[in-house]
Design a binder for this molecule. Structure first.
Ligand code: C2O
Length: 556
């Protein structure tokens, strides 16, 4: 592979959408920020320079970082954040991965505007395991707030309630044509447009970078073929509607019509939401525009602009989401076999859900009765971030007072999903890691629980891809459910939606030593504590696999 150099200057920049100009945190002045493009086997070196008045850190979501653990990026997990007027060089080699991933800030909720695509092409002279597309396009879904984004964030963090809803979802930063009279008056200027030629195949790389919402996506009158998820190839399947959770990426082939009836068709996203509270219940749209050869474009009918939005499932259509997620299978061919652990060395069971803690004195809190503050937990632990990075503490054997190694392997308080929610969810605020031996085959059941209402949680694991060997609704049944596991060709992912009121079973081989964050990819749940860290032990000395930290590793 070759080495590719990037420079990310993080600074405030004025951005205008919905006729509103405001100062936004950007990388190199743009939202979404620059794309990283590389081939499998390449080294990527990114100098990140912080010109802000607050600390920052960047995570390369889905990159496994084998041998480059210090480049993963989550603040206080693998590194201290990059301080004001400082920089840090992220340096990693992309090993055994190809597909679409993305980078985003990993501190506070700065990823609201700090995100961009990572495109990993196959090695030179290697091809995709599907027909070569005529062209490729990346579409990142995000959000736009008319108010100051940082103010929205601090309000949500202080009140302990849900976030102020965004004013629009976006396609590559653009909210689309339907928001307010001002946007309409400006025509399509605030709208993302994808130009296509008739009768060709396009590869669309779709990324959900929204903070708190899973999204439905569809293109009017067009079918998509899903070929990849989270930078892992899947058995191709056709669908008109996709579900994509924050942290997930999906590659689809779009075959354009040979004789389109319209010049334009609409693409749309809107949320899938099962929780309680407020959320942005709007639909964002973008335009798929056919460029017809002159010989054909004289035909009147082909110049008709279709303003028909594609049909999308209703906002809380959990059965659609569950059915959709179960279609995914690993491609599992000779070249890309699914390497599912067939035996298990370590069984873990985590409850994943919301709970409450007492409201601090002198505060009004938005939990039940106004006297409690929302908390979110895994196995009843609401993770408190340390003030120094866990990986550093581990590497230099200075963990005393930073973290404990007794993260529970099973819930502290058993929870019957189908029963009455307990008043007391036994929330404990703590910094604990779960220790796993190097190369252990791990099985992890994630069980949704909630005292408010059942809610789906997109759980993301750093440093790994895992196989989703089973899923279901209600309580996981250890005597019955494992019999139905798919150990042959389950989908591999780095982010999985734990079904609302249900469970998923994951397997992976702990072959990447280091400290790896796992958390809900809804920022609001993550800041309520729905996060934990794995400590995967290193190979035996002198075959230690976590290298020494680079000299410019930020200090706390
Ligand atoms: Cu995409 Cu820990 O995050």
């Amino acid at each position: 592979g070759i080495t590719r150099h990037y420079r990310f200057d993080i600074r405030l920049q004025n951005v205008t959408h919905l006729c509103k100009t405001k100062s936004v945190i950007t990388v190199n002045g743009k939202v979404p920020g620059p794309r990283i493009i590389a081939r499998e086997g390449d080294r990527v070196i990114i100098r990140v320079v912080n010109h802000l008045n607050n600390n920052v850190s960047i995570h390369w979501h889905g990159i496994r970082q084998m041998g480059s653990q210090w480049a993963d990026g989550p603040a206080y997990i693998t590194q201290c954040p990059i301080q004001i007027n400082n920089s840090y060089v992220y340096n990693y080699t992309i090993k055994g991965q190809r597909g679409t991933l993305f980078w985003h800030a990993h501190i506070s909720w700065l990823r609201a505007s700090l995100h961009g695509p990572i495109i990993i092409l196959p090695r030179r002279k290697q091809s995709y395991p599907f027909p070569k597309p005529h062209k490729e396009a990346t579409i990142m879904f995000g959000e736009w707030w008319n108010n100051d984004t940082e103010a929205v964030i601090s309000e949500a963090l202080e009140s302990g309630g849900g976030p102020n809803v965004s004013d629009a979802y976006t396609f590559n930063g653009f909210p689309g044509p339907f928001y307010n009279s001002c946007s309409r008056a400006k025509g399509m200027a605030d709208t993302y447009k994808l130009k296509v030629k008739p009768g060709k195949t396009y590869l669309l790389r779709l990324v959900n970078a929204a903070l708190n919402d899973e999204l439905f996506f569809s293109i009017s009158n067009h079918t998509m073929t899903v070929v990849e998820a989270d930078a892992l190839y899947v058995k191709p399947f056709n669908t008109n509607i996709l579900v994509i959770a924050p942290g997930q990426t999906t590659n689809v082939l779009l075959k354009t019509k040979t004789n389109p009836r319209h010049k334009t068709y609409l693409m749309a996203v809107r949320p899938y939401f099962t929780g309680s509270g407020t959320f942005d219940n709007t639909t964002a749209a973008a335009i798929l525009e056919y460029e017809m050869p002159p010989s054909k474009s004289s035909s009147v009918i082909r110049n008709i602009i279709s303003n028909n939005l594609p049909r999308l499932p209703s906002i809380n259509d959990t059965s659609f989401v569950a059915n959709f997620s179960q279609i995914f299978r690993s491609l599992n061919n000779a070249k890309f076999p699914a390497k599912v652990p067939k035996t298990v060395d370590k069984h873990f069971f985590f409850t994943v859900g919301l709970g409450t803690t007492p409201c601090p004195n002198n505060q009004t809190c938005q939990g039940p009765n106004n006297r409690t503050k929302f908390a979110a937990t895994m196995n009843n632990i609401s993770m408190a971030l340390p003030t120094t990075a866990l990986l550093q503490s581990h590497f230099f054997a200075q963990n005393a007072g930073v973290y404990n190694t007794n993260f529970p392997q099973f819930p502290l308080k058993m929870f019957n999903y189908t029963g009455t929610p307990p008043n007391n969810t036994n929330v404990m605020n703590a910094t604990k890691v779960l220790v796993v031996p190097y190369n252990a085959n791990v099985e992890l059941i994630l069980q949704d629980t909630s005292i408010i209402s059942a809610e789906s949680h997109p759980i993301h694991l750093h440093g790994y891809d895992f196989y989703v060997v089973g899923q279901g609704f209600g309580n996981f049944n250890p005597n019955k459910d494992p019999a139905n596991y798919n150990l042959l060709d389950p989908v591999g992912r780095n982010t999985v939606g734990v079904p609302s009121g249900g469970w998923v079973a994951l397997r992976f081989k702990a072959d990447n030593p280091g400290v790896w964050f796992m958390h809900c990819h809804f920022e609001v749940h993550m800041s309520w504590g729905l996060r934990m860290a794995w400590l995967v032990l290193d190979g035996k000395l002198p075959n230690q696999k976590v290298p020494r930290p680079p000299a410019d590793l930020p200090k706390c």
